[in-house]
Each structure stands twice: as C-alpha cells, then as structure tokens.
Design a protein around this ligand. Structure first.
Ligand SMILES: Nc1ncnc2c1ncn2[C@@H]1O[C@H](COP(=O)(O)OP(=O)(O)OP(=O)(O)O)[C@@H](O)[C@H]1O
Ligand SMILES: [Mg+2]
Length: 260
C-alpha cells in the first residue's frame, strides 16, 4: 500500500463556540488526487488550514506524511481561490516569491530559474516580465500555481482555485492541472463544491456533511482520463449518487432549521 500523504483521524473542532467538526476522518495516499466536496460552510477550507498548520488541531490527529502539521507543513503548498499576487512584482518575481519566503538561503538567481521553469510548466514561459495587472484572471491563477510548484512540495492544497474564473478558462485549467499532476506525481487535495469538477479531477471524492461535520461518503472514481461526464455511464451514475447525497444533506439542513 502507498504511504499516506495526509491523514485525518477523528478530528474534532470548535470555532467561536460552535461545533464545526465531529470526528472527521479521511486519508490521502501519496500521489493521489482527492477532491473534498461539501456544502458551503461545512469546513473544507478548514481542513486545508489544519493540514497546512494554519489552524491548531484541537482533538484527534492530523498527519502530513506521518508528521504533525507543525513538522510537515513545508511539504505542502497552497493555491487559493484568489491568486494573491503582489501587484508591484512581475509574474516571474511572483512565481519566485513563495520560494523567497520559505527558502531565503537559495540564491536569488536559482529561485528565479526555478520560477521560470514552473512558468514554462503552466504555459506562461514568455510572460514572466508582465505585471499582474497585465494578465487575465486565468493567467494570474496559473502564476499562483507556478508559485506553489516552485516550492517543489510533495502535497498541493488547492482551495476552489478555479471558482472565480469563467467557464472556458475553468475547463482549460482543470485539464492543465490534471496534466501537471500526471507529469509531477504530486499529491493533490483539491477543495470544490462543484460535483462535475470533482468527477473530472479526482481519484476519490471525500464528501463532507453539514455541520457538525462528518465524512458523509467517500466515492472512488475509476473512469480513465481525460474524462467526459456526459459520455461516460460510470461518471453519470456517480454524478447522480453525489446529487442524491447533496439532496439528503439539504433535506437534513431544512429539517434542522425547522426544528429551531
Ligand atoms: N475563526 C473562526 N471563528 C469562528 N468560526 C469560524 C472561523 N473560521 C471558520 N469558521 C466557521 O467554520 C465553518 C467552516 O468554515 P470553512 O471556511 O472551512 O467552510 P468551507 O466549507 O470552506 O465553506 P465555503 O464553501 O463557503 O468556502 C464555517 O461555519 C465558518 O463560519
Ligand atoms: Mg472555503
């Protein structure tokens, strides 16, 4: 069996006095592409923050390659919904910026060379001199992906990275991220609330419930890539299963609201 890249075991969490997690457990294997799917506010971003050591673990266990998040966070890199680029730095400098923060001991020229390689990787090799304002939304997000890749992390944590982009750009970047994942063999944990996005990307989909959050279901997607949900009976069946899960969750939430 492959080594566990990420492991959450019976994780409990309270924030601002309210119970967010009630015994959340799931694993991500080394090299696996897992999507974390669930309704708004269920704690998807929170899972990434626990794994990346941005939020302390209160109960249960979170492990990154067998280490605590405090010991293992450097094996991870984030890609957020908004690219968070520095507007006064070029695309190349932005792509090198994570590396400058995490590894100031690396020579600046080497940092820029690594950043350039990752810009090439995401198809922006000739755009390194441009300022963020000169780039499209999709290009900016690709710079932020290059910034994460430049860190050469074992694990990439992506939090709805394409949700602010238009449909065409989103579709293109989804394919690009699958290509990068196949080329690099990285482990990816990708947060989304889009069922079709999860079906396109994931080896497995971890579905979270409403709060207090548990793992509602774990769905394995074995359809070969590239995937087309409209042309694959397996994906269509899984899509229906996920829609049913969401309808059950919504029904439960409505029932809970009525009880109040
Ligand atoms: N610092 C905090 N104090 C109190 N509550 C918090 C704090 N941070 C997050 N929460 C709550 O924890 C829950 C989970 O938040 P989280 O951002 O992880 O949700 P999410 O699943 O990523 O939602 P979305 O799909 O809308 O991005 C939410 O109900 C949120 O209000
Ligand atoms: Mg979120």
């Amino acid at each position: 069996m492959k080594q566990r890249a990420i492991s959450l075991s019976k994780v409990t969490l309270k924030l601002g006095g309210s119970e967010i997690y009630r015994d959340v457990s799931f694993d991500v294997a080394e090299g696996e592409f897992v999507c974390l799917l669930g309704p708004s506010g269920c704690g998807k971003s929170t899972a990434l923050r626990l794994i990346g050591d941005l939020l302390p673990v209160q109960g249960g266990t979170v492990q990154v390659e067998g280490l605590s998040p405090a010991e293992g966070w450097e094996r991870t890199a984030f890609v957020f919904q908004s690219p968070r680029l520095l507007p006064w730095k070029t695309a190349l400098e932005n792509a090198a910026f994570g590396l400058a923060m995490r590894h100031p001991e690396i020579e600046p020229a080497d940092r820029l060379a690594r950043a350039q390689r990752e810009l090439d990787h995401v198809g922006l090799g000739d755009d390194g001199h441009k300022m963020p304002a000169m780039l499209s939304g999709g290009e900016r997000q690709r710079v932020s992906i290059a910034r994460a890749l430049a860190l050469d992390p074992h694990i990439i944590l992506m939090d709805e990275p394409f949700s602010a982009l238009d449909h065409t750009t989103r579709t293109r970047l989804r394919q690009q991220i699958v290509d990068l994942w196949e080329q690099t063999g990285k482990t990816v944990l990708f947060v989304t609330h889009d069922i079709d996005e999860a079906l396109f990307l994931a080896d497995r989909i971890v579905v979270l419930s409403n709060k207090p959050t548990r793992v509602e279901d774990i769905v394995t997607v074995s359809a070969p890539r590239p995937r087309d949900a409209d042309a694959s009976p397996e994906l269509d069946r899984l899509r229906q299963r996920l829609i049913n899960i969401f309808e059950t969750l919504e029904g439960r939430e409505a029932a809970g609201a009525l009880a109040i």
